[in-house]
Structures are given as C-alpha cells and as structure tokens.
Ligand binder design. Structure first.
Ligand code: APR
Length: 263
C-alpha cells in the first residue's frame, strides 16, 4: 500500500488525533526559523545571546526589539495549506489536539481552535515581575527605533514586560506540557509535521504516543531522528502532503470543505 494511502486510512479511522508541529509547517508561509530570524538588522547576533533570561536582564531593549521585529514579521505573513489542512482535521475529528513548538499564530489564523503552544507565543507577553498577562497593540510596523525598543512597564507592578516565549534554560509551561503529554498518551494517531524532533522535552511527545501504541505519521521533506519512531514517513512539504492526506482520509468531505483545499 502506498504510504500516503496507509496514512490516510489510519487518520480516517482515528477517533483521537494529535497533530504535533514545528518550524517546517510555517516555513512555507515565510516565517523564518529561529536561526533564520537572525537576518537583516540581526545578522551579527546569535540566538543564544538574545533568547535567554540573562540577555533580557542585561539588555531588555535589545531583546524586546528582536521579538517586536519577529512579531511584526509574522503579522505580515498568512497561514498556508498545511495550517489549513490541520484545521480541517480538527473539523473532521473534533477531539483533535494541536500541539505546536512554533511561537507564531498561524494555526489560530488558519482556524485551529486552541493549539497548545509548548514554547510559548510571540503574542502572549507578560510581566517579568508579577507574571501578569499584557495585551499588546498589533505590531503594524517595524520598530522605528531600529534594534532597540524599550519594553513597556507592567501597569500593576511596574516590572518590565517580556516576550511570552520559552527561553534557553527556562522550563516549558507546565500546563501546556502536561496537556500535550496527556493527549499524546491517549491518541490513536499522532501526526508529526515539520519538526526536526531534536529539541527536548518537546521531542518526547511523539515518542510518548508511540510507546502508548498510537500510530505515528511523520511529514517532513528530510530524514529526522523521528523516522524510526514513525510507522509511516511521508517525505515532502507540509503544504503539499497535508491537504492530500485530508482529501484521501475523508474523500466525501474534501470537496465540501474549503479548509482542505489547497490555495
Ligand atoms: N514542510 C515540512 N517540514 C519542513 C518543511 C516543509 N515545507 N521545511 C522544512 N521542514 C522540516 C525540516 O526538514 C526540519 O526537520 O522542518 C524541520 C524544522 O526543524 P527545526 O528548525 O529544528 O524546527 P523545530 O523542530 O520546530 O525546532 C524545535 O527548536 O529552534 C528551537 O525553540 C525553537 O521551537 C523550536 C525548537
């Protein structure tokens, strides 16, 4: 049986699905990966020097400026057929849990209900002092001041507002990690898409599912350490493979579901 046919059969028969995504699913929308984000104004920096609590303590304006620039970049791009196919899976299997390592909001904008953000989000800043969530105005323009932008102060405790992402050396948000592990251990099918499967503890999630007896299906143009965990490896881009998988898993519904149609 062709791999995609086998994968579509597994997906179409599944009652509990987890979709686990990484940078690769957003690559086709033009979101630079973490390391590629250090381009243009930022090419002389390295991620290790910007994405740490220490960096924010030493140079909050530099770190905040980098994240504002990234938030702006994300706001200029759109979800692609891969994100929309994930939302289509959710509409076919309503108990589907989407778990992403991405800090962009493209799953939400494609129609995914409540993706679990294991590494936080560019759109969920909070006070570095008291932890209060802070609503930000849309990032409509590149920061005028170039690289350095002073972070806002918390209205409650006057602490500096920090990006709501997980930095090197920080723990993953406990509730997100627990929800992800719970979903992975209870699913029939876990689809791992566009992730190298090398960054822990997130990379445990597909392994938890496999150990619990779920069928793991991987979508990635390249070989990854997840190849040996996956029952089916679909080599190719998320934007091409995922819509095809949805169409094959639910052939009757595909034409009626605009979310499943590539555009
Ligand atoms: N479709 C599917 N997969 C793709 C595509 C595509 N169009 N393009 C690239 N890929 C794959 C690559 O082959 C690679 O395996 O996406 C993967 C991206 O790997 P990473 O850059 O390591 O991204 P990710 O796995 O999300 O990294 C995890 O590490 O950089 C930190 O915190 C950051 O959340 C991130 C974490």
């Amino acid at each position: 049986m062709a791999d995609i046919v086998q994968a579509a059969k597994l997906l179409g028969d599944a009652r509990r699905v987890v979709v686990f995504t990484g940078a690769g699913i957003s690559a086709e929308s033009g979101v630079p990966t973490f390391r590629d984000a250090l381009t243009g104004l930022w090419e002389r920096f390295d991620a290790q020097s910007l994405a740490t609590p220490q960096a924010f303590q030493d140079q909050p304006d530099l770190v905040w400026g980098w994240y504002e620039w990234r938030r702006h970049r994300v706001s200029t791009v759109s979800p692609n057929p891969g994100h929309r196919a994930v939302a289509a899976i959710e509409s076919r299997v309503p108990s589907t849990v989407v778990i992403t390592q991405n800090v962009d909001d493209l799953h939400e904008r494609a129609g995914s209900r409540d993706p679990v953000h294991l590494h936080g989000s560019l759109f969920a800043p909070r006070c570095s002092g008291c932890g209060e969530a802070v609503a930000l105005p849309p990032a409509t323009a590149e920061p005028d001041a170039g690289r350095r932008v002073q972070p806002p102060a918390c209205v409650r405790c006057h602490g500096l507002v920090r990006p709501g992402v997980v930095w090197f050396g920080e723990a993953l948000p406990e509730a997100a990690l627990e929800a992800a592990a719970r979903a992975a251990s209870a699913c029939d099918v876990l689809l791992t898409v566009g992730t190298s499967g090398m960054v822990y503890p997130a990379a445990e999630i597909p392994r938890i599912a496999a150990r619990a007896g779920a069928a793991v299906i991987q979508v990635n143009p390249h070989a990854t350490p997840m190849d040996s965990v996956a029952l089916v490896n679909l080599r190719g881009s998320a934007g091409r493979i995922l819509p095809e998988l949805v169409t094959k898993a639910w052939p009757d519904a595909a034409t009626a579901d605009p979310a499943a149609a590539p555009s």
